[in-house]
Write a protein that binds this ligand. Sequence first.
Ligand code: 5GP
Ligand code: ZN
Length: 115
Amino acid sequence: MSDSCIFCKIVSNETKATVVYRDEQVTAFRDIHPVAPTHILIVPNKHIDSVDTLDPEDEQLMGHIFTVARKLATDEGISNGGYRMITNTGTHGGQTVFHLHVHLIGGQRMRYPMG
Ligand code: 5GP
Ligand code: ZN
C-alpha cells in the first residue's frame, strides 16, 4: 500500500469507486471518465507501479487479471461484440496513475489507429 496512491485507496475502501469485482488478488472498478459503454479498470491489490516494475513472481497475478477480464466481459455482455484491453506504461505510454492497471473497454466498435 502506497499512502498517496489513489488506486491503493480504492482497493482498501478509503476512496469510493464503483467496484464490480474483488478477490484476494485483484479489484475491478468502473473508470471515472469512461471512454466506452463499458470501461473497467482491473488492478492488483498490492501496489505495483507499472508493467516496467513487474517481478517474475507476478506472472500468475498478471494471468489472473486476464481471466478476471474475460469473466467481466461476459458479465457486461460485451464478449460477443469483442473488447479491448490496454495497459499504458510510463509517460510515453500515456500512464497517468502509477498503480498498474488494465483497462477493459467495450460496448462499441473501437477506433484505429492506436498510437
Ligand atoms: P492511465 O492513463 O494511467 O492508463 O489510466 C488512468 C485511468 O484512471 C484514467 O482512465 C482515469 O479516468 C482513471 N481514474 C483516475 N482517477 C480515478 C479515480 O479516482 N477513480 C476512478 N474510478 N478512476 C480514476
Ligand atoms: Zn497503489
